[in-house]
Design a protein around this ligand. Sequence first.
Ligand SMILES: [Zn+2]
Ligand SMILES: [Zn+2]
Length: 141
Amino acid sequence: MTELDAALKTLQEHGIKKTSQRVSILDYLIQNRIHPSADTIAQGLGMNLTTVYNTLEVLVSIDLVYVIDSSQDGKKHFDYFGHPHYHVVCRNCGKIVDGENIDMHEFPTLAREASHYLIEQSSLEFTGLCEDCQKLFGLTN
Ligand SMILES: [Zn+2]
Ligand SMILES: [Zn+2]
């Protein structure tokens, strides 16, 4: 099964209709792991910005798409979140990289054990300086 098939299956499981906009945006996010803003997605797909926002809202509501509020450019960035992963954000240029080398499947269970809360969402984010910015600041050998 392709990543897109898996995403569409999740739509179906939530009883959400497979509209062409939803398919296009999911496909775009799966192909472009650049954590784009809604503007970038609208431009990339030649789609109306309002349609992009409305479509993203549905995808976010079922946790297929994850929102990153960037303090760098003040924009929301969107990310296909079919697999739990964490983010490493550069505090200087705002570049966001996915980290998949930590098994995060247990995290909600652990959080529930620690707090007895009903866990609904989780995120893990590291902030630092990317390689380019380390060079910029003369922090590499
Ligand atoms: Zn950077
Ligand atoms: Zn990500």
